[in-house]
Design a protein around this ligand. Structure first.
Ligand code: NAD
Ligand code: MG
Length: 302
């Protein structure tokens, strides 16, 4: 690779000042959130991720692929040579269309499958649709998630508790179960957990529990499917600058200071997750399974 093709984000520089730092403006928006309503807009690698063919010929399904960490993974996977199907909520069509175009611009096949993964029947249709359109499946990224902060357990409704578990835990079970019969040796499953899995915040009582479930699910399943040559890992991000946070994931005061309590004193940008999702999807991680890999900026609970 010539030096001209190395993006700025890979030049040697101070990670403290590489990306925007708090304080950020107040920016309430409704769930599930739109990246273009964020100030500053997150970096998902649109201009800055350069691939090296590490996923050539692979077929990937990514939930929550329209925005945030899933969008960054989708862009990176396509530029590494994979065909990519993304799932998202119908209301996120605009963000999703941009990702579809970015995948196509990378010369790869892009498949859009909108729908609500809190329904088991849709989860089955999602996997069947992705397998049919892609012609198989090698990489499953269970990344969609719901997070709604509540100061007190007394404010946490059964409806919220149930929906958080449906999206973050049940859907992961349903989608993985539907996908497994299609996976061959060399396939990988990557689940998005969180620092909340083991360092839960007071206002994320339901969400943090679901993220602990994801760690446990990842470790059990990795043991179960190792004999099939399938690897299963989780990524546990700290505070990342995504639409999840200003759309109800955090109170606005915390959005304004988002990332300030990490050692690097800023939130991560979605593109900073991309190398880890690529590593875990690719054969470079051939001896890594059942692991939970942190990417936290040296985080403290947020
Ligand atoms: P995001 O809002 O950009 O992505 C989450 C996506 O989940 C949404 O785009 C939406 O498409 C999807 N989703 C939510 N409910 C759904 C439903 N019922 N059906 C289908 N899709 C649904 O935010 P993100 O931060 O990139 O989140 C991705 C993952 O990262 C989530 O699992 C989240 O818990 C996890 N995570 C985020 C952070 C952070 O600070 N941003 C930290 C740790 C973990
Ligand atoms: Mg979204």
């Amino acid at each position: 690779m010539s030096t001209q093709t190395i993006p700025d984000r890979l030049t040697k520089q101070n990670p403290l000042t590489q990306y925007p730092q708090p304080p950020f403006p107040r920016q309430p928006q409704s769930r599930p959130g739109d990246i273009h309503k964020m100030d500053p807009e997150p970096d998902h690698g649109e201009e800055s991720y350069v691939g090296t063919g590490r996923l050539q010929g692979r077929k990937a399904l990514i939930t929550g692929g329209d925005s945030g960490i899933g969008r960054a993974a989708a862009i990176a996977y396509a530029r590494e040579g994979a065909d990519v199907a993304i799932n998202y909520l119908p209301s996120e069509e605009q963000n999703a269309r941009e990702v579809i175009k970015l995948i196509q611009d990378a010369g790869q096949k892009a498949v859009a499958i909108p729908g609500d993964i809190s329904q088991e029947s849709f989860c089955q249709q999602l996997v069947e649709g992705a397998v049919a359109e892609l012609g198989g499946l090698d990489i499953l990224v269970n990344n969609a998630g719901r997070q709604t902060s509540q100061q007190s357990i007394l404010d946490l409704t059964t409806e919220q508790f149930d929906n958080t578990f449906k999206v973050n835990v049940y859907a992961l079970f349903w989608i993985t179960k539907a996908a497994l019969p299609h996976l061959e040796p060399g396939a990988t499953i990557i689940n998005t957990a969180s620092v909340q899995s083991y360092d839960p915040s007071e206002s994320l009582l339901d969400y943090a529990q679901t993220k602990a479930c994801i760690v446990s699910f990842t470790k059990s399943l990795a043991q179960q499917v190792a004999e099939k040559g399938i690897r299963v890992n989780a990524v546990a991000p700290g505070p990342f600058w995504t639409a999840l946070q200003p759309s109800g994931g955090q109170p606005q005061e915390k959005v304004q200071q988002f990332g300030a309590s990490t050692a690097l004193k800023r939130p991560g940008q979605p593109v900073e997750c991309s190398p880890l999702y690529v590593l875990l999807a690719s054969q470079e991680s051939s001896y890594i399974t059942g692991e939970v890999m942190g990417i936290t900026g040296g985080t403290m609970p947020y």
